[in-house]
Design a protein around this ligand. Sequence first.
Ligand SMILES: *Cc1c(COP(=O)(O)O)cnc(C)c1O
Length: 389
Amino acid sequence: MNKEMIRKTDNEKIVPTYSRYDMAADKGKGACCYDTDGKKYIDFTAGIGVNSLGFCDDAWIDAVTSQLKKLQHVSNLFYTEPQVKVAEALTKRTGLSKVFFGNSGAEANEAAIKTARKYGTTRKGENVNKIITLENSFHGRTMAAITATGQEHYHKYFTPFIGGFKYCKANDIEQLKSLADDEVCAVMMEMIQGEGGVMNLDMEFVKAAEEICAAKDILFIVDEVQTGIGRTGKLFAYEHFGVKPDIVTFAKGIGGGLPIGGAIMGEKCCDVLQPGDHGTTYGGNPVACAGACEVLSRLDDDFLTEVEKKGEYLRNRLMELPQVKSVSGMGLMLGVEIDGKEAAAAVKEALEGGLMILTAKNKVRMLPPLTITYDELDQGIEIFKKALM
Ligand SMILES: *Cc1c(COP(=O)(O)O)cnc(C)c1O
């Protein structure tokens, strides 16, 4: 099919939950993507932070295809080695205890929310089930996850929303203290609010949140669905803040392009969910886990240092541009505030010029594959420069 046929059929046959950009992706390698007309694009999106190793990384393909030839799926009623290997890597590197596997970020947060509610209600009393999240957060699209999401825009049409969530202004320690009453079982936050405009939280706020949680035996949940798996130059962004969460949720980048997500749980709560309490048919699928194993094995200290360096390089190059007012984020997760043009218009023009970028609120958001080369970064910046003019 050519692009016009794909677009026409898409418009007719697919529920329009996304307003798509004017590009039909056909294939890719590394940080280069090609559309159905063979036009090349530099990729500063990694599929919204999913393709950590870029498109079609050779070793990742080997890992995934050799698993695919052995065993593509067996139910979670049986043991499988790839799942155990991912869990082992994640617990070893975080110091947390056990992992629950799902398939997406929303499911990861759903598991964390259920864990928190059971933790609170079974240990402290039936009404200890409230969860504090932050204004301007994003936690996913299931009913619990959109309720957790602290943005009015998501809280329409789908009534009734589930109860039990309270919203705190990001970085407001006093408000967090006053909201953290005896009915709260968890506090959940992103270290950098991705969809909310790549907004870094203040270090003091994150540390205070950890302290309040520890003092009151409240679970401290960090949503690392976008910030995790090397994106910010550390395996998880909370490491930059010097805190230790009770639950870390992950998804996007871990599978290198295959659907997998989950929650890593600390000592306090790793045995809260028991047989029958939670689950999902595909969770921890062997092929997705084989991809995750490859991604995690590649993200050693040298690789992460390189992510940090590339992030600094990209940030500095962006700051040189006269239309750039500010650059937020960390590592290869950057939010670019621009002058003279709407972010959406810049994204459209960049795409025409051969660069894939994203928006986040009123900013341009860049999430290149972690394996991007300096040459590809330079090519992307040149295109972005022209798109700003
Ligand atoms: C993308 C995202 C989610 C939702 O992930 P899905 O895989 O789309 O369900 C949750 N939290 C954060 C921080 C995200 O960026």
